[in-house]
Design a binder for this molecule. Structure first.
Ligand code: C2E
Ligand code: MG
Ligand code: MG
Ligand code: MG
Length: 289
């Protein structure tokens, strides 16, 4: 059933380590104008319930539709945006667009889908982060508890001014917090202890090794169990095979995200998916009645 969520491919330019200095400079200046030229897009990837495989949320993932290069992936341009400080306005643009889309889907389909949005470390240190997030919620009308901000453990809690205060402030607004790429940073457990995190996202580098490396399997299992003992939810990222899914399900992971179910989709395509799902459900209840 999950595979009916679609397997569309969107070719994305990821850049490479050999990217020349010159190319980077050109891209940085292009990035400066990408937002007001309307070249940024938000794609959405479903998150599904591990047991029912039903959609329960989606992660917003930004792409840059470059006039010559086509779609450029965030793994490539987000670091450039962080270096130049552009991430602050790009991140705000993504959040506002994603909240608008999510509220529109909520109005049309009423599924209570949770919206995950990535926050860069640079944004987390902004003194006006709370005002920015509140404004995005207010202007879209999206309920705060449908928004989940995903943070990575790439920054040290001690070294980041405003980080803990900002996250506590978000929590007070009713926004949820997820620790992204869990297990890959240097301070996972410290994060878990000190930050108001509702959920853990198990990094795909561990999930990829399910069925391959027993040590990584042990880490996945232990992470799920630890999250549950701490009364946190767990999502696994990068679920690509039936074997990954079976293992995660057997070990009581709450939610799954990955190519096995669906790739990140452009907004109109994701919307079609929700519409189809609604038709399907209406069809089922139609025959039952
Ligand atoms: P992330 O937040 O950990 O997002 C998950 C990444 O894994 C996405 O890559 C997604 O397309 C990819 N993915 C999902 N399922 C699978 C799978 O089954 N197999 C594999 N191999 N990959 C899968 P994407 O979209 O290229 O994003 C990369 C990273 O860029 C994100 O990692 C996130 O850290 C960052 N990013 C994306 N959008 C934003 C944004 O709006 N703001 C910020 N600050 N960072 C963003
Ligand atoms: Mg994420
Ligand atoms: Mg991740
Ligand atoms: Mg990542």
């Amino acid at each position: 059933a999950a595979k009916s969520l679609g397997r569309n491919n969107y070719q994305i330019f990821e850049g490479s380590a050999e990217q020349s200095q010159q190319q980077n400079l050109a891209l940085k200046s292009g990035l400066r104008h990408a937002e007001h030229k309307g070249e940024l897009r938000v794609f959405y990837q479903p998150q599904v319930d591990a047991v029912t495989e039903d959609i329960v949320g989606m992660e917003a993932l930004v792409r840059w539709e470059h006039p010559e290069l086509g779609f450029i992936g965030p793994g490539f341009f987000i670091p450039l945006a962080e270096e130049t400080g552009l991430i602050v306005s790009i991140g705000e643009w993504v959040l506002r667009a994603a909240c608008r889309h999510a509220q529109e889907w909520e109005r049309r389909f009423g599924l209570g889908l949770r919206l995950g949005v990535n926050l860069s470390a640079v944004q987390l240190m902004q003194p006006n982060l709370l005002e920015m997030v509140s404004a995005a919620l207010d202007e879209s009308g999206l309920e705060a508890n449908l928004l989940e901000m995903e943070i990575t453990e790439s920054i040290s809690i001690k070294a980041a001014p405003n980080l803990v205060e900002n996250l506590q402030g978000l929590h007070r607004l009713g926004v949820r917090i997820a620790i992204d790429d869990f297990g890959t940073g240097a301070a996972s457990l410290d994060y878990l202890r000190k930050l108001p995190a509702d959920r853990i996202k198990i990094d795909q580098s561990f999930v990829k090794n399910i069925g391959v490396d027993p040590d990584d399997e042990a880490i996945v299992r232990a992470t799920i169990e630890m999250a549950h003992r701490l009364k946190r939810g767990v999502v696994a990222e990068g679920v690509e095979t039936e074997q990954h899914m079976e293992f995660l399900r057997a070990n009581h992971c709450d939610e799954l995200q990955g190519f096995l179910f669906c790739r990140p989709l452009p907004q109109p395509v994701f919307e079609k998916l929700l519409l189809e799902r609604q038709r399907l459900l209406a069809g089922i209840s139609g025959t039952a009645a």
